[in-house]
Each structure stands twice: as C-alpha cells, then as structure tokens.
Design a protein. Structure first.
Lengths: 829, 302
C-alpha cells in the first residue's frame, strides 16, 4: 500500500476555520499591512478603498438634462442629430469630478459609483426606485427628493415613449408567453446593444482626425445618385457633433484641473499634487482631440472614449478597450526609453485606470432582466496577451504589469482575461496561473488559435479575426470593427420541459410553445427527440422575430453616433453602429443548459426506451411531483445514467446532437443587417434564473435548482476529473460557435506547490490543443464560502468566479451562493 | 494470463510522478501497513463496500441476493460475510451506490484504451501512466504486458511499489519502466514486521538490486508520527538511500493523515490509529533536514 500523498492531505480535511481572515487580501496573502487595504502605494490604496467602499447610487442628472433637452428639441432635428446634440448638451452641463490623488480623470456620474438612468430606453418608475433603494442585493441608493423630482420632471415626459414600452407594445402573444415562462431572455428590452470592444484606432487618431474624415465623407456625398445620401449626412453630422462633445468634456476637465492647481498652488502645501493637476490638465487638453503621445495620454484617451460611449447610451457590457496591453505597449516602451516614465509609474497609472472602471457599476436593471443578471458588474473585460493582427505573440512587459495590477487590486471590475495561443510563452501562462491561484476568479483563459477560426468562419479577414478577442464573458468578436449583438439567453432544458408537457409550461399550465404530441405516446427515443427539435425551432424563431424588430428600433430611434465614430467603417459607410455601419454585423443567441438537457435526454433514452427500467409516465410523474416519494427512481437516475462530462460517448453523443441542432436552428438565420445569427454557449448567471423558472428535470435535478452553465457539465455530474471533462467538451467543435464556457472549480489546496501551478498550465494547454475556447477556475474552499455566508461583513472582498465573470460573494443572493458551494469540487483528484 | 483486479483509475493525477498522469491501482498487497489509506487495496479479491449513509433502505439487494447474505436492519443493510460470495448482484441493483464492489477485472485492451485517451495531457505535461496498488508486482505478467504496450506508444511509465516482490520479476519490470516510486517505511526489521506484517530484508535487497541496474528511482516515505519519524530511523533510511548504486534517488516525504476511517467503515473494519499521528510541521521539517544532510534531494507531499 502506498500513501497517496497530498491529495489525501487536502481532500478530506474540511477546515473548521476559514483560511481568509476578514478583508485580508487573498488566500495566500499575509494580513493587510495598512489600514487602507491593498494597493502598491498610499495613493492607490486610498483610491481603491474609496471605490470599494462607496455604495452604488443613482444620479438623476443625466435624465434631467435629457428630458429638458427632448422637451425643447424633439422634432426639430433628425434622430441621429438629436441624439448627438443631446449627448453634447449633457457633456456641456454635467457635474465634473476630479478626486483627491486621481491621475486618470472622468466619471459618468457626478461622483464615483453614481449611475445615471437612461429614460429614453427604460424609464424607471417610483416603485422601481423604491425597490432599487431597498433590495438586499445590487442595491442603488437614491434620495426621496430625487425620486420626487424624477416623478415630476422625467417620468411624465417619457411615459409611452420609451424603447422598452414600444417593444412590449409590439411583441406577439406567443413571444410574451414564452418570455414570461423563462424560455428565453431579451437583452435589449432595457439596455442598448453593447458587447463592444475597440481596436487600436483611437491611439492613432484623435477626434480632430475623425472630424476631418467625417468632413471628407460629407463633402463626397452624392445626392444625385445615392438615395441614402441624406440619411448618411444626418448620421455623419451627428458623429461630428459627438466628437465635439467629447472634446468639450475633456476641455472642461482640463479647466477644472487648472483651477484646482492654481488654488492649491496658492496654499503652497502640496507642490506634488499641483504638478499632477497641471499634468492632468495638459493631458486633457491633448486627448481626445489629438492622438495620444504618452502612456498617460493613451490611457486617458481610452477612458474618455469609454465614458463617452457609456454616457451616450447604456450598452450592455459597458465598453472594452480590447487588447489593452498591445495598444499600450508602444507608449510604454517609448516613455521608458525616453526616461520620462518608470515601470512603477506606468503601473500606478494602470491601477488608477482599473479603479476608474470599478467606479462604474452597471446601470440598474428591472424585471426579468434584473433577475437574470443580478450584478453590479458591467463586464468590461481587459484582454491580456494573445496574438497580434500579424499573428505574432502579443505579450509584452505591459502584460505582466497588468497581471500584477489584477493580482494586487482584486476588485470587481474590470474583468480580465489572458489569451494563450500556441505562441504564448510559458512564463506568461505561469504568471497568469499564479494570479488565478489567489482565488479572485481572475483572469479567465481564452484560446486565440480557436477563436480566430470562429471569427474567420463567420467571414472575417484573418487580420481582423486575430485582432479580435472576448468582451464581457466569453463571447468573441472582431474588435473595433464589429457590432456583435447578443440578444439574450435560450433556456434549452426548458424547451425539453415544454416538449415533455406537449407545449405547456408545467408551472402554470399555460401553452407556451407548440403542441408536439403527448410524450406518453412516443414509441422511441427518436420520436421524443424529433418533438424536442420541433419545439426548439419554434422557440428560436419566436425569439428571432422579436430580436429583429428590436434591432430596427435601435437603428431608427436610439442610434449611437459617438460609438459609431470609433468603430471602423461607420464613418466611411455613413451609417450608425446599430444600423450596419460596422464592417461586421452579427447577432447571437446564448444557449444555456447543455449539460442539463443532455443528462435529461440520456436518462429518458436509457431508462425509458432502452433498458425500460421505468415507464415514461413514471418518470414524468416523478418529475411533476419534484421526485417526492421517488428517491429510488431519482437515485437510480443519478447513479446509473451516463452523464455529460465524463468522456462517455453515450452522453457525449447526445450533447453533440443537441449542439448540432442548436447550430442548425440558430446559425445562419438572417439578421436585419444583411448578415446572420450565430450562437454562443454562455450563461453568465442566467442559469440560476432559468432554473427557478423550471420544475424538476428527468436527470434528477430538483425544481427551481439552477441548470448547468454554458457548456459545463451539470453540477456533480462530472465524476472523472478535469481531464475527462475536457475530453467531453472538446468533442464539440468550438469553432462553429462564437464562444463556449467551461467552469472548473479548484480549491486552493490543489494549487499549493509550484508544480501544481505548472500542471494547471499544462491542463489549459491540453484543453486548448484539443480545441477548447475558454476555461476558468474558481479557486476557493468550501469552508471559506460557508464562513463567508455566516459572517458576510468579514468577507467583503471575497471574489468568486461565476459563469463568465467574477462577483463578490456577498453581493450574490442566497441561491447563487449555494450554487457556488455546490459546484463540483475538484479537490479529490 | 491471470487477470488482476483494479480498484481505482485516477485521471489528472498530479502526485504520482512527473506531469499529468493516469494512475491505475491494482488490488492486492503483500503488506498490511497499519496506517494504510486504502484498505480495499489489501485483499486481491473483490470486496463488497457498503456506505450506510447512502442507503435508501429499499431492500432491493435483499431480494436479489442469491445466498440471502443481505439483511435489512435498523442500521441499514447487514451483509453476512460468510455467506456472501461477492457476486455483485446487490451493487447492480443498488440505486444509490450504497453497496459497491471494489475490484473489477479489465482486459489489457480496455486499459490501453483508457490510457490512450489521456495522451493529450501526457503530451502537454510530460506525464504518463503510473501503476500503483496494492502492489503491482503481484501481477507481473499482466503488468509487463501493459508496460511494453505503453513503451511501444512512447508513453512514460512509472511503477509505484512496496518493493516486496520476486527480485527477478522486479528486474524484468525495470527493463520496461521509466521511473520507480519505491516506498520505504521502517529500517528496523522488527518494527517493520510489527507495523507492516512483513520483514524488510527483501525490500532493501530489491532496492539495492534495482538501483544497481541504473533504474530511475524516487523514494517515497510515508511519515507517521510515533512510527517512523524518529531520528534513528530517518538517519538510517537516508544513509541507506544515499549509498545506493546508480543515480541518486530523490526522496519524497508523504505526511500521514488520519482520513481513512470512512474507508474502513465501508469494509466493516475498524481502523486503529492508536500510536499513529500526523507529523507536525516541525517534525516534517526536521525529517527533511535529516535526509537532506545525507545529500538527498528531498520534497514533501508527492
């Protein structure tokens, strides 16, 4: 007999005391050395502390400006010009904020974590505000006086005019029924299409350059032969006004910094801050009007563009700088060789930037959308590493500096991802794995060699594909050149549930799909599957019809002229970002619950049709009764059925079939822009909401429990370790999707030694060699999580990686917390 | 060729040799170490395991048992070991895996298919297969066949052994093995006999003979406070290893943990841990220093 070493040591010893003390920096960190918490120096510590501890609040300033502007001007201008002038008006009037010690400046609201509303899309009601102000999770504070002002000044004007009301006024009854049953969600019912990331254009061109380009396009308009010339003119004019708006916004910051510098200079107390304020003013005078010349200017340039796009509209998934390390690398190298900047100063600027992103919680959501995406995270995702447009390794010293920033700050936003191609050096992968070990949930890991193929299959050029990456969760696109519009999640297990109830939702008895036959009458698995397929196609078509309608609503009534300036080809086409302006225009449906659907179908195939262990009615009866009194049946299913994620072809072949049929149902469906729909296998937190909208499922899952996330196996279904999961997952051809998601939970105990880190990197390399798109690791232990549930105030900084992003454990609701605890633990391998 | 039983196959094994490995555990061991973490590894034949916590009390096993060995009681299923012939009928019908059979025969072809599935992970990590147990040397013909087939496919092969086997067989295995994980526990013959049930002379002789062939060897020492963490034992052990012929082996200290009790319960056996304890961090540190002082490269925990 041999002792099996450390796996024994770590697996069964559940620790009574958690390894993380209150607000300590991380699983492997010593306790905080200073009262202000983590950060490379006192400035960063203070800024981080302020950002982490400030409670999100609502600001009604933007809504007040906008409502007054619309009252005054609606009907006088074309819609694009009206939108641009409205944006300009707000940039001119908005309250500015330059905080103590800040080096990168600019806030969307009047102060950090103050979130504006966008009544033109969704006008919050008084009741909405009261709920937002008092709910336990994702609370946004707002004063009674502000609610009163809003009720008086804002709500009456927008009643009946918002995009949301117009959408819901249009949708057919069958869509409404399916939506309310939780068969799918709709992203754009209260937020604008987003998931946008930038390429390197804004580091080569200032707003004045864009204006010159716009002027040239306007001068070249051919009203004699081009029937769209007038529309193009209005859009281009709107873009031009938007450029002015952002320049004005920066100039106002410059003026404010100069005033602050002069006042402080007179006090003669802090010459360093006086110099910093003058520097800030100089930077804001230069960017975004001109292209940046230094690292400081490059970061501030991006930040002004970021703020502009998220102020203009509230695009879902905020805004992303894309391959930020690649964009900043030339500035970093030039500044360092000129001796004008040290590595530490560069890192400090990046820390300031990171904290700025964290200052911007997601705009508050309501209704179904709040239930399916309950988080402050607005999904800015910094891509680190990867490959360049020429196909070379994109890792630079800036990449390593960024990893240090991620590790030291460990804040909710921005998210970060590392991109590991076959050309990525081992040193970088190792550095990333060491950050992952800290257990903050960042970074997630992507495979550019595979997603380049995904993008090229959709028709992107090889260069544009290589310059792409992920924004938000796991979805990929051609950065700076594509509007890839995620339209919402599809609840695939619910499609099966509805099939098993002949088109009805068992929770309500309502007809929510089409009648595909009484399952008791199905003679074979093939008959059952054919019915499921028929139901699936019906649901997808129901969703796509409305998505296309919504696309046109945004194109016509809520264009984004400023965003259009910075996305390539919008200017040359004279078309808006939402109206096929970008070089590429795609739509996505995000499919969730592959594991739950596969395991449920495997159960029925094996036990009902093949082995005849149980009759169909017996299984359906047990499912209807949530397995009450049916533990024998349920345990038989759980223990005697091949489930997805164990490298067992019986289950994996079913998953392959479902994947192929999801592709057939979705991929290639035309969108309104001359291109088509594609699919993602993605869930974010929607698998929890979807699970709540479902009864029990044939795979033994109880009613209301979450369904499986992305392409991960069902909870507890994968019992053969990570290599078997990877083998199962890579039977799917990931290049046919726009992204898949694999969550693997590791406890810190599996990652103690340097060799363990090396193995983790090798596991990633193996997955990617086999064709995997994305993998992420949740490194926490159960004792820590349970302790965090019991004493939330002691675990304010406990970040947990959920399906596609990280969130604070304390900001999650009890269901989400339970889900994290229950996730398959890989500790025993 | 007699077909041995396998009691476990672990994927993503990262503590049994270099890289990401697949570890195959043979059933049956000539030793019976008191601290053994895998009590089901000891007997060569199949055994019934029972977990009362999982039992639904459905009585299906009672119905199917051909020898009426299973009886339902207030504490769950009681199996009469004298009647039970480990036919597996109970495990077959058990819905909740409360009743399981430890030990399953695999054909060479089945095992090779499982091994080959892991090659992408071996390729990326420099890993391979580890044959462990139990004692793989109890099944030398079968083991040799597997080793040769893996060798033909350039798969790295490790054998984890107690060293208690026929010397000629060990040396034959050595020709087809890239790395040995060789266990050493106690240098004192009497204490070895007391705690493991066998004399250690054969083990030490085999280790000398193996080292003389130039085989790559890693010495694994399960460190149990109160049993073998004393200075004389460690000095003697490290001294012995340091004087072996061939490439000087690395030495790996595996701290004992009292976590196996539930496994003994499954076999309806008791686990006597009296006099055995997990080594303290200081004791582990001291053990590492003693061994290092003999010029050995020492690592802790696999």
């Amino acid at each position: 007999m041999k002792q099996k070493g450390i796996d024994m040591e770590t697996s069964k010893n559940s620790k009574a005391t958690p390894q993380r003390k209150a607000a300590a920096e991380g699983n492997f960190y010593p306790a905080a050395q200073n009262s202000d918490g983590p950060g490379m120096n006192p400035r960063i510590q203070r800024l981080r502390k302020l950002s982490v501890e400030t409670e999100p609040s609502l600001s009604i300033e933007r809504a007040l400006h906008e409502t007054a502007f619309y009252r005054e001007n609606y009907g006088k201008y074309s819609i694009p010009v009206l939108r641009a002038m409205n944006f300009h008006d707000h940039c001119q009037k908005k309250t500015l904020y330059i905080g103590e010690g800040e080096l990168i400046v600019g806030e969307r609201g009047p102060q950090p974590k103050a979130v504006p509303t966008f009544p033109e899309l969704t006008c919050h009601s008084v009741e909405d505000f009261q709920v937002l102000n008092t709910r336990d999770q994702q609370r946004y504070t707002i004063s009674a006086a502000d609610i009163e002002t809003y009720a008086r000044e804002v709500i009456p004007y927008w009643q009946g005019k918002t995009i949301r009301e117009r959408i819901f006024g249009h949708v057919p009854q069958e869509w409404q029924a399916a939506y309310e049953a939780g068969l799918f969600t709709e992203f754009m019912e209260q937020r604008a299409p987003g998931h946008t990331a930038l390429d390197g254009q804004i580091y080569r061109k200032g707003m004045l350059d864009f204006k010159a380009q716009i002027a040239a396009e306007i001068a070249a308009l051919d009203y004699l032969h081009d029937p769209e010339a007038t529309d193009k003119f209005e859009e281009l004019k709107a873009m031009d006004i938007s450029c002015d708006a952002v320049i004005l916004f920066a100039e106002r910051h410059a003026a404010m910094a100069e005033t602050m510098a002069e006042e402080l200079a007179q006090q003669e107390t802090d010459p360093q801050r006086v110099a910093e304020l003058r520097q800030i003013a100089a930077v804001c005078r230069r960017v975004p009007a001109h292209k940046p010349a230094t690292l400081h200017e490059a970061i501030q340039m991006y930040w002004f563009v970021h703020l502009g796009t998220i102020t203009e509209l509230n695009g879902w998934d905020a805004m992303n700088p894309g391959h930020f390390d690649q964009h900043l690398a030339p500035f970093y190298a030039a500044d360092l060789s000129a001796g004008s900047l040290s590595r530490e100063q560069a890192k400090e600027l990046l820390c300031c930037f990171w904290i700025k992103v964290n200052n911007h919680p997601a705009p508050p959501k309501v209704g179904v959308t709040a239930r399916e995406s309950g988080t402050y995270n607005d999904f800015t995702n910094i891509n680190i590493g990867g490959i360049t447009g020429e196909g070379k390794d994109g890792v630079s010293e800036v990449s390593y500096v960024m990893l240090e920033v991620v590790e030291e700050l460990h804040i909710l936003q921005p998210g970060s991802s590392v991109h590991i191609s076959s050309k990525t050096p081992e040193r970088f992968l190792g550095a990333a794995c060491r950050v992952i070990r800290q257990g903050h949930g960042y970074p997630s890991i992507f495979n550019p060699d595979v997603y380049t193929l995904e993008l090229m299959r959709q028709g992107k050029s090889i260069r544009d594909a290589r310059e792409g990456g992920c924004s938000g969760c796991i979805e990929v696109g051609a950065f700076g050149k594509e509007a890839y519009v995620l339209t919402g999640y599809l609840n695939v297990p619910k499609v099966l549930e509805v099939t098993l109830n002949n088109g009805r939702d068992p929770l309500t008895g309502q007809l929510v799909g089409i009648e595909t036959g009484d399952p008791s009458g199905f003679k074979s698995y093939a008959e059952l599957y054919a019915a499921f397929l028929q139901q699936l196609n019906h649901i997808v078509e129901t969703k796509v019809r409305v998505s296309n309608y919504i696309d046109r609503m945004f194109a016509k009534y809520a264009p984004a002229p400023f965003l259009s300036v910075v996305i390539e080809d919008c200017i040359s086409k004279g078309r808006d970002y939402y109206d096929a302006g970008p070089r590429y225009n795609t739509n996505y449906i995000q499919c969730t619950g592959l594991g739950t659907t596969t395991d449920s179908l495997a159960t029925l195939k094996k036990h009902v049709f093949e082995d005849q262990t149980f009759a169909m009615d017996q299984v359906l009866g047990a499912v209807t009764n949530n397995f009450a009194g049916e533990e024998f049946l349920r345990q038989t299913i759980l223990n005697k059925t091949p489930f997805f994620g164990n490298d067992d072809d019986y289950a994996d072949d079913i998953a392959l079939q479902i994947y192929a049929d999801l592709l057939a149902a979705i991929d290639g469906k035309p969108n309104t822009k001359g291109e088509s729909f594609h699919l993602n296998m993605l869930s974010t937190t929607c698998h929890i909401y979807f699970g709540k909208m479902m009864g029990a499922t044939p795979n033994g899952r109880f009613a209301g429990k979450s369904i499986s996330d992305g392409t991960s196996p069902s909870h507890g279904a994968d019992t053969h370790g990570p290599s078997a999961v990877i083998r199962s997952l890579t039977k799917l051809d990931h290049t046919l999707s726009g992204g898949t998601l694999l969550n693997q939970r590791f406890l810190p105990s599996l990652l103690k030694r340097d060799e363990d880190i090396t193995r983790l990197g090798q596991l990633v390399r193996s997955y990617f060699t086999l064709g995997g798109h994305h993998i992420q690791f949740n490194v926490v232990d159960t004792a820590t999580l349970k302790a965090a549930q019991e004493a939330p105030e002691d675990y304010k900084d406990l970040l947990v990686r959920m399906a596609g992003y990280s969130d604070y454990f304390n900001d999650m609701n009890a269901d989400l917390q339970q889900e994290v605890i229950e996730r398959t633990e890989n500790e025993a391998f | 060729m007699p077909q041995p039983l396998i009691f476990d196959i672990k994927r993503y094994s990262i503590n049994d040799g270099p890289g990401i490995r697949l570890t195959i555990f043979f059933k049956g061991c000539p030793l019976s170490c008191r601290w053994c973490h895998n009590p089901e590894s000891l007997a060569p034949g199949a055994q019934k395991l029972y977990t009362a916590r999982k039992c639904l009390g459905c009585g299906e096993c009672v119905k199917v048992c051909p020898r009426q060995a299973c009886q339902l009681s207030a504490e769950g299923i009681v199996t009469d070991v004298d009647l039970c012939q480990v036919c597996g009928a109970c495990a077959e019908v058990c819905p909740s895996r409360a009743s399981e059979i430890s030990g399953r025969a695999y054909s060479i072809a089945e095992l090779m298919a499982i091994i080959e599935k892991e090659t992408p992970f071996f390729d990326q990590s420099g890993g391979g297969v580890t044959f462990s147990g139990g004692e793989p040397l109890l099944h030398t013909p079968f083991l040799l066949d597997l080793l040769m087939r893996c060798g033909a496919r350039d798969i790295h092969r490790a054998v984890d052994t107690s060293g208690y086997g026929k010397t000629a067989e060990l040396l034959a295995v050595a020709k087809q093995t890239d790395l040995f994980l060789f266990d050493l526990k106690l240098m004192d013959a009497a204490r070895h006999q007391e705690f493991t049930g066998v004399d250690n002379r054969l083990i030490l002789d085999n280790l000398r003979a193996l080292a003389a062939t130039g085989a790559q060897i890693e010495i694994r020492v399960p460190l149990i406070a109160g049993v073998n963490d004393d200075r004389p034992n460690l000095e003697q052990l490290a001294g012995f290893v340091a004087q072996l012929a061939g490439t000087r082996p690395r030495l790996n200290l595996l701290p004992f943990h009292n976590v196996a009790e539930h496994k003994y319960q499954k076999l309806d056996q008791s686990y006597v841990v009296a006099g055995m304890a997990a080594p303290t961090a200081e004791s582990l540190q001291r053990a590492a220093e003693i061994c290092s002082a003999h010029g050995l490269v020492v690592s802790v925990g696999g």
